[in-house]
Design a binder for this molecule. Sequence first.
Ligand SMILES: Cc1cc2nc3c(=O)[nH]c(=O)nc-3n(C[C@H](O)[C@H](O)[C@H](O)COP(=O)(O)OP(=O)(O)OC[C@H]3O[C@@H](n4cnc5c(N)ncnc54)[C@H](O)[C@@H]3O)c2cc1C
Ligand code: FES
Length: 316
Amino acid sequence: MGQQASSTKRGIFSAVVTGNKCIRQLFYRLRLEFSEAAAEVFAEAKPGQFVQLDLAGAALPPPKAIPEDLVDSSHRGILLRRPFSFCDVTAKDNKTSVEILYCVVGPASLRMTTLSSGNSISVIGPLGNGFSVPDGKKAALLVAGGMGAGPLIYLAKVLNSQFADIEVIAFAGAKTAEELPFEGRLDEISQQLGFSLAEFVRYGVKSRVATDDGSAGFQGLVTDCLSKWLGRTRLSAKDMIIYSCGPEAMLARMAKIAREKNIDCQISMERMMACGFGVCQSCAVECRATDSNETAYKLCCKDGPVFDTREVVFSL
Ligand SMILES: Cc1cc2nc3c(=O)[nH]c(=O)nc-3n(C[C@H](O)[C@H](O)[C@H](O)COP(=O)(O)OP(=O)(O)OC[C@H]3O[C@@H](n4cnc5c(N)ncnc54)[C@H](O)[C@@H]3O)c2cc1C
Ligand code: FES
């Protein structure tokens, strides 16, 4: 995963569900298994790339399992596929397993919760460009807001296995401890030592947690937690790179910090996506031209979802 991160192979494939675990209320981890040609294609999937899942055929959960705020929208038909990134990809014995960390926010993700082992699902992917690693970096700072953790967990795995010289540190934030998309409770002692989230520890990555209400870790925004850390580090700006994924307001703050500190920063953006591969033009991201003050629109699904913060024009 050097400079050229994007895999050019992609297609429409059938995957078999091999797991769909509720890790805490409204947060799930779905595991899909690909065989034959699809296994080869997905074995090359990069952190930051994504799939479009067809969830039209998935059943609704029983009424008592539908969150109150989704009761009205839950019966909406699922005409369009939905985009999801990978939190893990593992290739073994001619099969490739892809894991997706997801949150129940609407009718499609609600139906996703009823998928069970043995079900088949239609998948388009891998789509988009994915994160890239410029030469010469000594430290990668992974900054996740809420569900943005998924692609950064997979990035931690790839950095650990393919870029052993790069020190990786993760920062994960949410409004409250309950909204952190991680399994189990945070161990307060290990949190004090700054080595807490099992999802990152397994790749030798230290993590720091921030919550707006202080119910776990640093009290405040994850970007403030990062700023504080940057104020203490002896690493020079040119040796570091920030990778971030989360709500757009957080990404805009991330871009400001990166600009002020002159640190390279790649962000994974989200847009409503109809097709996912550059046809419908529904996913525009306003970007600056490199050689003038003019702006132009790029497509989040095809040119992104990963962008250098220097090029993105935030509307917030
Ligand atoms: C490249 C990419 C990768 C993604 N990866 C993940 C992932 O790994 N895990 C995960 O849980 N979600 C991910 N998402 C978001 C996921 O696709 C949406 O939450 C999806 O629309 C859920 O469908 P739904 O029918 O349940 O809810 P919907 O009814 O489609 O949406 C529920 C609410 O979320 C808002 N919303 C939906 N999609 C987006 C979006 N793309 N940007 C901003 N607001 C949106 C809607 O306006 C609505 O208010 C990703 C999105 C993109 C573009
Ligand atoms: S989602 Fe159709 S062009 Fe991007």
